[in-house]
Design a protein around this ligand. Structure first.
Ligand SMILES: Nc1ncnc2c1ncn2[C@@H]1O[C@H](COP(=O)(O)OP(=O)(O)OP(=O)(O)O)[C@@H](O)[C@H]1O
Ligand SMILES: [Mg+2]
Length: 293
């Protein structure tokens, strides 16, 4: 049995009923520093307030973002699960409002080389996430590295954060181009949803989306939708300094209201996907497939 077949067998054996699988969304951007981690954390807070159980998966291989923003340091990361035999519950750190987070750390990089026993264990543990969380938000590092593209290809929902800065728009385009050209990307089942961040008003946010969408439709023919805008807000920067999500520390801030709107829009969108394995284990299966395991 080759590795790909083995992987599929393992996933099948462990698969949870699709109805119970968590909704997995990946937050990304072309350019760094445009607000991904803030989007991930504040949407998590809003989903939590709506009664969803939420886990943030910090897949930034370089700098751990989420723990800094939550002011909580995790004891373990995904590598400990795989190599030290920890259980999935051991690698979840519970932050404010009981939002869980998992640090991917260096654990993700070695996943392609796992033998059957390790894979079996990883998948069974990840499947448990589906009984712990309703929504899993993945915060990626910036840029068009192949690791990020693999995450996007495997993800059911892609939240693309962009800002009015010209370099942010061109970098968003480059990211979408790399995504579109990935042979495993299926635009029919993986949807890109755009968030305009750091805008001066809602009109600017919409114009930004229209501008990006016009070029994308013309040259890439990739389906996107607009999720909404988050204004440039001093209260958000202040919250970052205080290591507390703005949606917790200042619910009346204009950015907090924008996150509230966007989270409601997201919850109203149907997210069923055809032909892709769902849930967190399904997500990793999709990702490992894209690496030709
Ligand atoms: N809407 C906003 N209003 C004001 N400042 C913002 C806003 N969004 C983000 N920022 C500022 O931008 C900084 C970077 O945000 P964040 O860390 O969320 O970006 P990122 O895309 O995750 O960065 P990286 O690529 O380094 O992971 C924050 O520290 C914050 O001060
Ligand atoms: Mg970040």
């Amino acid at each position: 049995m080759d590795q790909a077949t083995r992987l599929r067998t393992i996933i099948k054996q462990n698969q949870v009923a699709p109805a119970n699988a968590a909704r997995v969304m990946t937050v990304t951007s072309g350019k760094g520093g445009v607000g991904k981690s803030n989007v991930a954390i504040n949407l998590a807070v809003q989903f939590k307030k709506m009664g969803q159980r939420v886990i943030i998966f910090d897949a930034d291989f370089g700098l751990a973002n989420i723990e800094v923003m939550f002011g909580t340091v995790p004891k373990h990361n995904l590598a400990d699960l795989v190599y030290q035999g920890k259980g999935i519950r051991d690698v979840i750190t519970w932050g404010p409002l009981d939002i869980g987070f998992i640090s991917g750390g260096s654990g993700i990089a070695g996943l392609t080389n796992l033998n059957t026993d390790y894979l079996n264990y990883l998948v069974s543990q990840l499947n448990e996430l589906d009984s712990i969380a309703d929504v899993i938000i993945i915060d990626t590092g910036a840029g068009i590295s192949s690791a990020v593209i693999e995450f996007l290809v495997a993800s059911g929902e892609i939240l693309l954060v962009t800002t009015p800065e010209p370099t942010s728009i061109t970098d968003s385009y480059s990211l979408l181009k790399a995504l579109k050209h990935n042979p495993r990307y299926n635009s029919g089942s993986s949807q890109v949803k755009v968030i305009s961040n750091k805008v001066s008003d809602y009109k600017e946010g919409e114009q930004l989306y229209k501008k990006l969408n016009a070029v994308v439709q013309r040259y890439l023919h990739l389906d996107m939708s607009y999720l909404g805008a988050i204004p440039e807000d001093h209260e958000l920067s202040k919250a970052v300094m205080q290591q507390s999500p703005v949606c917790i520390s200042n619910v009346n801030a204009k950015s907090a209201k924008a996150f509230d709107d966007i989270s409601k829009t997201l919850m109203d969108i149907p997210h069923e996907r055809s032909g892709m394995m769902r849930g967190m284990a399904g997500f990793f299966a999709n990702m490992l497939k894209s690496r030709n395991v």
